[in-house]
Design a protein. Sequence first.
Length: 81
Amino acid sequence: MTPPLPRSAVPPVTAAGAPALQRRTSAVLVVSQILGGLGVAIGIALAPMLATEVTGSEALSGLAPTASVAGTALLSLRWPP
């Protein structure tokens, strides 16, 4: 990996280069959102298996996704009201 350029060595963005920079930035943000969403979905899907492995009880395996959904619901509330 190459070391980052010093701040003075980075050329300024010109009006002609701004659209390309914006497209690249948007693409990076879209890809990071996709990967983050996949990670959350996989985590919620695999949580019951991990809970079963940790607790040794299938009866408690539903507690993990329930806690994920309940935590998301609680954090989505505006506080203080």
